[in-house]
Design a protein around this ligand. Structure first.
Ligand code: UDP
Ligand code: MG
Length: 318
């Protein structure tokens, strides 16, 4: 019998988890799929500050198909997902959020596609649930920019809700970068992909742990992890300014020869200096972003630290 792991990263989800477990129970009792599967629900506790861990332990006691992986602190969802992939034992893994935004009834559809030979079946939101207009527009703009600057497909409205075949999991596990942008990594590994539309609900309990600032960070992460286009942009701006400067230099030189130099031009000098100074600082900032990435990767620290695992802990030395 094929085994399917449902991987759920959880950070302060004590309110949602019991509801999620209730929603999952018909699925793992094989009432929702034509063929029966062996199930494993792997919940990664990403350093929650509430009693999420206690709830997961209870679930594990009551039903050994529930496994937990407890990280030593909050490492962020991206890292928690990699931890889960390392410890998942299924032939396929379904990654879903704990907050009920990813509907359980889509999972059988994903499995159907997987059985037909697709390796990466991802959910695409047909609507984004309740969200402010500003956030929606910003996300749209961000995707457009990111897509323009990289050859890898970054699909809008596609999140981490997906089914991955063992092949994909093994590929993802090789990508140990600490600055993770999973959305890009999923496309980077390739394999045959299939899209499934789903209606995303709004968060029912607790609140989203992503605010505007963390979304902005994620955006910068997304750009710097997958493209060096900003560096290219800085070079192009540099070349253009240098060209303009040469033209202006010739103009000033000729004018001085013809008409002498009446020593004016304080405003021009100020404008040019401030403008160039600004450009240089921006370019430095961009370079700095990439250097900081190198700094973090060069340390070669593990992506996460495990505090405890409910299952058999053999062969996980990462
Ligand atoms: N999450 C996590 N670590 C974090 C933040 C979030 O494991 O540091 C989990 C969270 O418990 C949930 C999923 O990631 O299962 C998505 O989080 P959230 O609903 O806050 O994000 P959004 O739906 O707003 O993108
Ligand atoms: Mg959510």
């Amino acid at each position: 019998m094929k085994k399917i792991t449902v991987l759920i990263p959880a950070y302060n989800e004590s309110a949602s988890l019991p509801r999620l477990a209730a929603a999952l129970s018909p699925l793992i009792d094989n009432k929702m799929t034509d063929t029966p599967y062996e199930w494993e629900i792997l919940i990664v506790n990403d350093g929650s500050r509430d009693n999420t861990l206690a709830i997961i332990k209870e679930l594990h006691e009551a039903d050994p198909r529930y496994q937990y992986l407890n990280l030593s602190r909050n490492f962020g969802k991206e890292n928690a997902m990699l931890a889960g992939l390392d410890y998942a034992s299924g032939n396929a893994v379904v990654i879903m959020d704990a907050d009920m935004q990813h509907p359980v009834d889509v999972i059988p559809l994903m499995i159907e596609q997987w059985e037909q030979g697709y390796d990466d079946v991802y959910g695409r939101r047909s609507s984004r649930g309740k969200e402010s207009i500003a956030r929606r527009q910003l996300t749209k703009l961000f995707y457009r920019m990111l897509q323009k600057s990289t050859r890898i497909d970054i699909l809008p409205n596609v999140g981490d809700f997906r089914l991955l075949d063992r092949k994909c999991i093994n590929a993802l596990r090789q990508l140990r970068e600490t600055q993770r942008y999973s959305k890009g990594l999923f496309s980077w590994i390739g394999f045959s992909k299939k899209e499934i539309m789903f209606e995303q609900g709004s968060r029912t309990e607790g609140k989203s742990s992503f605010n505007f600032l963390s979304l902005l960070n994620l955006a910068i992460e997304g750009i710097t992890c997958f493209t060096t286009a900003p560096l290219r942009f800085a070079s192009v701006v540099g070349i253009l300014t240098a060209l303009c400067a040469i033209v202006y230099l010739i103009y000033v030189f000729v004018r001085t020869l013809l008409y002498g130099d009446p020593v004016a031009g304080y405003p021009t000098i100020m404008c040019v200096m401030l403008f160039l100074g600004g450009c240089q600082l921006i370019a430095l900032g961009i370079i700095g972003e990439y250097i900081s990435r190198i700094f973090y990767e060069a340390k070669r620290r593990p992506v996460y630290i495990v505090e405890s695992f409910s299952g058999d802990d053999g062969g996980h030395e990462e």
